[in-house]
Design a protein around this ligand. Structure first.
Ligand code: AMP
Ligand code: GLY
Length: 421
């Protein structure tokens, strides 16, 4: 069986390493993959959004099943295009991927179907947005409508800052067309939880919960990043809260998408905030989160390909999705300076133990050597019986990943540990 994975980050490396456990798989291709993924899959030089080329490659190479991992090809209709050629895929079609592709769509969906989320207003006119801000409660949250590389959310602490954010999106178009429409929403407080869920459009099977660490610096200081580390399970997400989320958020979201004629199949990511008034949706992603996937999939005991195919075929209800009753911690090593400017091109070396435990994100092969090529370079995941031990092990094992200019947070998992105490 030949598999194609579209994408080329740490998440895709985690997906590929999980898929490889299935003996029926004879070959895995990654488009484009990366220098580290090349150890575990055949990388092909096709970008994740070059949909015509992806489809042509899949047809020529008789791909049996494709996994489309990143948001942009999903929103652009990569699954639709592959399906048209008869290639089954894991991932939503474009009309369902809009749940991530448009914040205006997802906010309106939640309002229409009574799914708990922050109160909000939508604006397509800058003057109206600016005048609304005169009396809006502070802090306030401004979001560009479309995909904005995870940077389209600004939490403004003053009215002036909020107005500046609106102008940068709507007038200066810093996020391009994503700023044509904006959402201004209520600032919520409480612990954040990431829950990834498998769905075939009928059943929902949530994966083990996790906690991301989005800020670049220790104690959640500095700029927002793609994520500097994760732990799973998230101690704030108790069994009672999980039940409540299933009934008030997960199942209603799947039903809402069906009612809109936009059946969602694949991995739906719920970014939740556990507010004093109950769990609320901060955002939906139409895909596996990164680095959440790097702690969640190593805990999956069921066969990933079997579960993915059940999502595609509509048989998820009768398919077991089992996670180990253990703890995981993923530590990201980044290039110092990330997410602003940073140097790249440094050679990366691993001890044998570290290589086994590491997913590679921003790296390429240059003259036969693996060198850094991005902001987030590697993610090293340890699994243990306790969270404390998983954290200790992740930090210890990651010392075996070496490159110049490397940076990591020193407090991944500490907030979760405090919550457990
Ligand atoms: P997003 O890119 O939508 O995940 O948002 C980035 C981060 O902004 C989230 O992880 C939250 O920490 C924060 N955030 C987004 N929306 C809100 C909100 N309504 N209230 C408080 N924080 C928020
Ligand atoms: N870690 C958050 C995301 O994948 O969007």
């Amino acid at each position: 069986m030949k598999i194609l994975v579209v994408g080329g980050g740490g998440r895709e490396h985690a997906i590929i390493k999980s898929l490889k456990k299935n003996p029926e798989i004879t070959e895995i291709f990654a488009a484009p993959g990366n220098g580290g993924i090349a150890k575990d899959a055949t990388c092909v030089a096709i970008g994740a959004t070059e949909i015509d080329k992806i489809v042509a490659f899949a047809v020529e190479n008789a791909i049996d099943y494709a996994v489309v991992a990143p948001d942009d090809p999903l929103v652009l209709g990569c699954v639709d295009a592959l399906n048209e050629k008869g290639i089954p895929c894991f991932g939503p079609k474009a009309n369902a991927a809009i749940i991530e592709g448009s914040k205006v769509f997802s906010k309106n969906l939640m309002k229409k179907y009574g799914i708990p989320t922050a109160a909000y207003e939508v604006f397509d006119n800058m003057e109206a947005a600016l005048s609304y801000l005169e009396t809006a409660p502070i802090p306030t949250v401004i979001k560009a409508d479309g995909l904005a590389l995870g940077k389209g959310v600004i939490i403004a602490q003053t009215c002036e800052e909020a107005k500046q954010a609106v102008k940068s999106m709507m007038e200066d178009k810093v996020f391009g067309k994503s700023g044509d429409h904006i959402v201004i929403e209520e600032f919520l407080t409480g612990p954040e939880v990431s829950v990834l869920a498998f769905t075939d459009g009928k059943a929902v099977k949530s994966m083990v919960s996790s906690m991301d660490h989005k800020r670049a610096g220790d104690n959640d200081t500095g700029l927002n990043t793609g994520g500097m580390g994760t732990i799973a399970p998230n101690p704030y997400y108790t069994a009672d809260i999980a039940d409540e989320c299933m009934n008030t958020i997960f199942l209603p979201t799947i039903a809402a998408m069906n009612a809109e004629g936009r059946t969602f199949k694949g991995c739906l990511y719920f970014g939740l905030m556990l507010t004093p008034n109950g769990p609320k949706v901060i955002e939906y992603n139409c895909r596996f989160g990164d680095p959440e996937t790097q702690v969640v999939l190593p805990l999956l005991e069921s066969d990933l390909l079997t579960v993915m195919k059940a999502c595609t075929n509509g048989t998820l209800a009768e398919t077991e999705v089992k996670f180990a009753d253990k703890h995981a911690c993923c530590l990201i090593l980044a290039s110092a300076g990330y997410p602003s400017s940073y140097k790249k091109g440094f050679e990366i070396t691993f001890t044998e133990e570290a290589e086994k435990a590491t997913f590679v994100a921003g790296a390429k092969i240059d003259n036969g050597k693996l060198v850094t090529s991005g902001g987030r370079v590697t993610g090293t995941t340890a699994i243990a019986d306790s969270l404390e031990e998983a954290i200790r092990e992740a930090y210890r094992i990651a010392q075996g990943v070496k490159f110049e200019n490397s940076y990591c947070r020193s407090d991944i998992g500490q907030r979760a540990l405090q919550a457990l105490k």
